[in-house]
Write a protein that binds this ligand. Structure first.
Ligand SMILES: CC(C)(COP(=O)(O)OP(=O)(O)OC[C@H]1O[C@@H](n2cnc3c(N)ncnc32)[C@H](O)[C@@H]1OP(=O)(O)O)[C@@H](O)C(=O)NCCC(=O)NCCS
Length: 150
């Protein structure tokens, strides 16, 4: 089936995708924050056969930089290039709009978790570099900031 990436918002699909990823998105209040953000932020949707199977939300804190606020792909589509296609699309738009660095925050390596180790492997494969790990930045444990020159 053909994968297409579009710029557009789909909070309900975001809610469904997050609900299917309880090992990563298991805190209901945090998920509600993401669903609200999915209707407000710059958003990219991955569609397969008419269904939204992936979403990425982007923040621009400064003109020179962009941040992936959220990226999530429905579990049955993991490992088939959907996340990479979302990152390619948002990178190319951010670069065209003057951004020179892309940032993402995720759970840091000092927290022993197989799921987030896979998430970091995905970012590394996409060319991100780990910059620094902080404790209690956006949750009770470690957060690593990863960056990619655009
Ligand atoms: C992280 C996520 C968005 C990646 O999307 P995806 O569609 O599964 O990723 P892709 O198929 O595009 O994989 C791209 C690369 O990541 C690497 N990768 C993906 N999953 C991996 C895994 N489980 N272990 C190791 N490497 C992995 C692959 O090596 C691949 O590189 P390659 O193309 O050079 O072979 C998706 O798996 C997901 O939604 N995970 C759960 C939620 C999450 O972690 N969100 C981010 C929170 S910060």
């Amino acid at each position: 089936m053909t994968l297409t990436i579009t710029r557009g918002q789909d909070p309900e699909a975001t809610r469904r995708i997050l609900a299917g990823l309880p090992s990563w998105f298991g805190i209901p209040a945090a998920n509600e924050h993401y669903v609200t953000a999915a209707g407000e932020k710059d958003s990219y949707l991955a569609r397969v056969g008419g269904a939204t199977v992936g979403v990425a939300l982007v923040d621009r804190h400064f003109p020179e930089t962009a941040e992936i606020h959220l990226i999530a792909v429905a579990p049955e589509h993991h490992g088939s290039g959907v996340g990479s296609a979302l990152v390619d699309a948002l990178e190319s738009d951010a670069r065209a709009d003057g951004a020179r660095l892309l940032e993402v925050k995720t759970v840091g390596p000092s927290h022993d978790d197989e799921g987030y180790a896979a998430t970091r492997a995905f970012y590394l494969a996409r060319g991100f570099l780990p910059l620094e790990e902080f404790q209690r930045l956006d949750w009770d444990g470690p957060t690593v900031i990863m960056v990619k020159p655009l």
